[in-house]
Design a protein around this ligand. Structure first.
Ligand SMILES: Cc1ncc(COP(=O)(O)O)c(C=O)c1O
Length: 379
């Protein structure tokens, strides 16, 4: 026996890194325009990310604090109170009926479940994942992590004869704020049922609709009361300002929920108990949510007027936390134009090739910072 160090026999070159399969983290490419915006004498107005800035409501913080002395492990399935609160909130806020506690699974923020869903569902290189043409980047990341193929398609006719295993829809959309109507969603569900495609509907902006009506994939009018093959993903980050808590849940087909639960239990993908208590409080109280919605409505009104006055066209944006704006030039030029005024916005190309001439302007800044942006855009 010698004390020689143990050397792995596997050549480092053999190991495939997951990171190498993923695109560059898009926000890292904004370093120079961020520095430019920061150099504004009255400070940066950061409208590039949709991170909440308003306080967490006392009713939620109190619930978190009251649960903070609990030493034991939480359950992956979530407390009965949390699942009941989610069922109640979906019914009250969005008119989604027919769910019960077997239809709900808490997640550690919805980005987590979106990124891992294809993997959790055992999809792989033989599977096609359909994502929106303009899409929150994590749909593609989730498909890449599982080694799946992806196709960008807004309508089912764009998918053609290919059999898709999973389709992500996102209404209201990030980044464009586009809302898909009942007829569109119903067609997606019918198409998916004929092919055995699972539909995952990311509905984190459903409670932030400014014009018209946005409906859930689980709405009776869309799915006819049958949730088979359907999952809705709901985040508490935006509606309840809980981005820092990492709080969301999946709702829908009990068989899919049970499958996800079985894997997540083994993998330790459980929501901390104090956060589950905070979520329960948030989902049981609509007042704080209504207050927050009105804050965003006012910011949207002020900012939209200034963006239009500055010569931009706003497309869609009938819901959600963003203005999807263009003046027909490459998006990086527009990003620089805003940065010269101390305002940081996101280039549309982050969300897909169709976003090349748009920028995404977030409504998630304080009233004071929104007023500063309005002033800079209207001089
Ligand atoms: C469309 C969409 N889905 C999911 C998320 C992730 O939300 P969270 O992980 O905070 O629940 C975001 C966040 O911006 C989003 O815009």
């Amino acid at each position: 026996m010698t004390d020689a160090p143990v050397v792995s026999r596997r050549s480092p070159a053999v190991r495939r890194s997951l990171a190498s399969l993923l695109p560059e983290f898009p926000w890292d490419t904004l370093a120079d325009v961020t520095a430019l915006a920061r150099s504004h004498p009255h400070g940066i107005v950061n409208l590039s990310v949709g991170t909440p800035v308003d306080p967490v409501a006392d009713v939620i913080r109190d619930a978190l604090a009251a649960a903070s002395a609990q030493p034991g492990y939480p359950t992956t399935v979530g407390t009965p109170e949390l699942r009941a609160a989610a069922v109640g909130a979906l019914a009250r806020r969005y008119g989604i009926g027919g769910l019960d506690d077997r239809s709900i699974l808490p997640v550690i923020g919805t980005k987590e479940v979106i990124a891992w869903l294809p993997t959790l569902l055992a999809l792989g290189p033989d599977d096609l994942v359909v994502i929106p043409e303009l899409a929150y980047p994590t749909y593609e990341v989730g498909a890449l992590l599982a080694g799946c193929r992806t196709l960008r398609a807004d309508g089912v006719s764009r998918v053609g004869p290919e059999r898709a295993s999973l389709m992500f829809v996102n209404s209201p959309s990030n980044p464009s704020g586009r809302v898909l109507g009942v007829a569109h969603l119903r067609k997606v569900v019918e198409w998916a049922r004929e092919r055995g495609t699972i539909v995952v509907s990311d509905e984190c902006y459903l409670g932030l609709t400014w014009e018209g009506r946005a409906v859930s994939i689980l709405d009776d009018e869309v799915c006819g009361g049958d949730t088979t093959g359907l999952l809705a993903v709901h985040s508490l980050s935006k509606t309840s300002n809980l981005a820092s808590y990492r709080a969301g849940f999946v709702a829908g087909d009990p068989a899919l929920v049970a499958e996800l639960l079985a894997v997540r239990k083994h993998a330790g993908m459980m929501v901390p108990l104090p956060v589950q208590a905070a979520m329960t409080a948030a989902l049981s109280d609509d007042d704080h949510e209504n207050v927050q919605r009105e804050r965003y409505r006012d910011r949207r009104t002020a900012l939209a007027a200034a963006v239009v006055a500055a010569g931009f066209t706003i497309d869609h944006s009938e819901a959600g936390l963003y203005l999807w704006a263009t003046r027909g030039e490459p998006c990086r030029d527009t990003v620089r134009w805003f940065a010269e005024r101390g305002i940081l916005v996101a280039p549309g190309e982050f969300y897909g090739p169709d976003g090349g001439t748009h920028v995404r302007i977030a409504l998630t800044a304080t009233d004071e910072r929104i007023a500063a942006a309005v002033a800079r855009l209207t001089v």
